[in-house]
Write a new protein. Structure first.
Length: 235
């Protein structure tokens, strides 16, 4: 079975169609239910096709940039139907990258360019080693805050709270830059895979703009779009 047919089977087995059906779907007319199921089927096929196209490009770019051999991307699906639209990158027990997508996000993608951009963005987090760098910054922040509390004569409980605050601050300090860096490299991956990153990044227009929140985890949408355009210009 090819990767495409395999992913189609998995997605349909997990019930992407059921995910796309709203509460009270049993009250829909047969025509309305059929239309929703067709939409879900298209989303499943789109996801499988984008995986088959983007993953080899991401793996190739990963091997060109990383010194280790941790570039065997595995694409996973969070089958919990109540989970909101989301995608994120993590590692398996061997340190290999795993990109996880919720059913709601797969169903929410309006075109292959959007999905390819999101997938390329998440792959870029691994290629750029953001998880490790975030852990390092958290450890550094925890140590700095704990040391400051100790010098001030704080209690053990206060030192522990200071350490936790420092870890949170350290982890968040560079998160927005990490997102922009992943947007930049993700643009290049999506373009190399044959998609339109600028059209894909229009997905941001459907998300709440985080603006300029202090220690916000994501940059403003306008800044992200500017990063995509800059990456496209840097051929």
């Amino acid at each position: 079975m090819t990767a495409l047919r395999s992913f189609l089977a998995v997605l349909l087995l997990l019930g992407l169609g059921a995910c796309a059906l709203p509460t009270g779907a049993d009250r829909l007319s047969p025509e309305e239910a059929a239309e929703l199921r067709q939409k879900a089927d298209r989303a499943a096929r789109q996801f499988a096709e984008v995986v088959e196209t983007v993953e080899p490009v991401a793996e190739r770019m990963c091997r060109a940039r990383r010194e280790d051999d941790r570039c065997a991307f595995r694409i996973a699906i969070d089958s919990r139907r109540r989970m909101p639209a989301n995608a994120f990158q993590t590692l398996d027990i061997d340190g290999q990258p795993v990109l996880i997508f919720t059913l709601a996000l797969i169903a929410d993608m309006q075109n292959p360019d959007e999905l390819a951009f999101v997938m390329s963005h998440e792959a870029s987090h691994h290629i750029l080693d953001h998880l490790k760098r975030q852990r390092d910054y958290a450890a550094q922040g925890a140590q700095v805050y704990a040391d400051a509390a100790l010098r001030a004569g704080a209690s053990k409980a206060a030192v522990r709270r200071a350490s936790e605050m420092g870890a949170a601050y350290g982890a968040r300090s560079y998160s927005r830059q990490f997102e922009l860096d992943a947007d930049y490299l993700g643009t290049q991956i999506a373009r190399e895979a044959g998609y339109d990153p600028l059209r894909g990044a229009l997905y941001f227009d459907r998300l709440p703009d985080p603006g300029e929140k202090f220690l916000g985890s994501h940059p403003p949408n306008a800044e992200r779009m500017a990063t995509v355009r800059r990456a496209l210009a840097a051929r």
